[in-house]
Write a protein that binds this ligand. Structure first.
Ligand code: UT7
Length: 311
């Protein structure tokens, strides 16, 4: 049976950093409120003229470099983004062109903060069924462009960035399972309303639903694989709020030292947050080959999902 393994990871963050103290100057908010309620201290914001495909391209190149794979070996590109550069062509086609790759399937997929898990699910299935052997799975976002910087209930929460993985066909264990779900019933709790440019959120309702849903997706994943929660080496969660992450870790009986947290420095980068956090923990040596890693995400739609990975 062919499996897909993560052969390399990469990421990119824009240079500009906006701290909570910077936001205090323009919004009725405080560093203390933001840190206590979210764990966020700062976020990176794309420069003028810097788009999500620019960031995704750099993350992809870094992932290919780590994997020791040439761009011309890539035969599938899936990009998760809610903030593509243009309505069309897709960011995936833009990245394909700039990598100098021709002919392989390349498309964007939109599942908001769960987008990377959805993209991983699709690429994993393509590899397992022989449709691809070397896939780039990228999450890249410029949420700053759909943020109302005058709305304190959302402006403090989001940031820009990109992360990527190279998936490669293997007969060794790799991605053990992926699980994706959605329920459009909750559309209005987190959305860019029709005819408007900026996102709005009922934060408290989203918070409660996120905590309960992430508990059930983790249970579904462990049960589906017949493993005990104590066998997990790492949790790499979507980075929306430190309190949501801590609640998920508690349910898994995982100490916070076994959870990759980047929300303090990156804020919520939507589809980019998991591959960004993964890349940071792989490059600083925390996540090692052979370890068992759980990814989980929850976001607008609502969408949610998870992946269990033998790294
Ligand atoms: O990634 C996709 C999914 N998104 C999420 O998972 C985000 C989920 N939600 C959250 O992370 C949290 O709900 C928030 C961080 C957004 C808000 O935290 P909360 O503990 O749920 O606060 P709240 O919305 O219930 O608001 C509490 C108070 C309110 O004031 P009153 O009504 O109690 O007087 C808000 O007006 O905090 C006020 N508030 C703020 N105060 C200072 C809201 N935003 C701010 C702010 N600074 N930025």
């Amino acid at each position: 049976m062919t499996n897909a393994r993560i052969a390399g990871t990469g990421s990119y963050l824009p240079q500009k950093v906006v701290t909570n103290q910077d936001l205090e100057k323009t919004l009725d908010t405080s560093d203390e409120w933001i840190r206590e309620r979210t764990g966020i201290c700062q976020r990176h914001i794309a420069a003028e003229g810097e788009y999500s495909s620019d960031m995704g391209l750099i993350a992809a190149r870094n992932a290919l470099h780590m994997a020791g794979i040439e761009a011309n070996e890539v035969d599938l590109i899936v990009v998760a983004t809610t903030t593509p550069d243009k309505t069309f062509p897709s960011n995936a086609c833009a990245i394909q062109r700039r990598l100098g790759v021709h002919g392989c399937p390349a498309f964007d997929l939109q599942a908001v903060c769960s987008g990377f898990i959805y993209a991983l699910d699709v690429a994993n299935r393509m590899i397992r069924t022989g449709g691809a052997r070397t896939a780039l799975v990228i999450g890249c976002e410029t949420l700053s462009r759909i943020t109302n910087w005058l709305d304190r209930s959302t402006a403090v929460l989001f940031g820009d960035g990109a992360g990527a993985v190279v998936l490669q066909a293997t007969d060794q264990p790799g991605i053990l399972s992926t699980h994706i779900h959605a329920d459009g019933e909750f559309e209005n709790l987190l959305e860019v309303p029709l005819g408007t440019d900026y996102m709005v959120m009922n934060g408290n309702a989203v918070f409660r639903k996120a905590v309960s849903t992430l508990g059930s997706i983790a249970a579904e994943t462990l049960t589906g694989n017949g493993i005990d929660k104590h066998e997990l080496d790492w949790l790499v969660p979507h980075q929306a709020n430190l309190r949501i992450i801590a609640a998920a870790a508690k349910k898994l009986d995982l100490p916070m030292e076994r959870v990759v947290v980047t929300v303090d420095k990156h804020a919520n980068t939507s589809a980019a947050s998991i591959p960004l956090a993964l890349d940071i923990a792989v490059r600083d040596g925390r996540i090692e080959r052979g370890q068992l890693v759980l990814f989980e995400a929850f976001g607008g739609g609502f969408t949610w999902g998870s992946a269990l990975v033998r790294f």
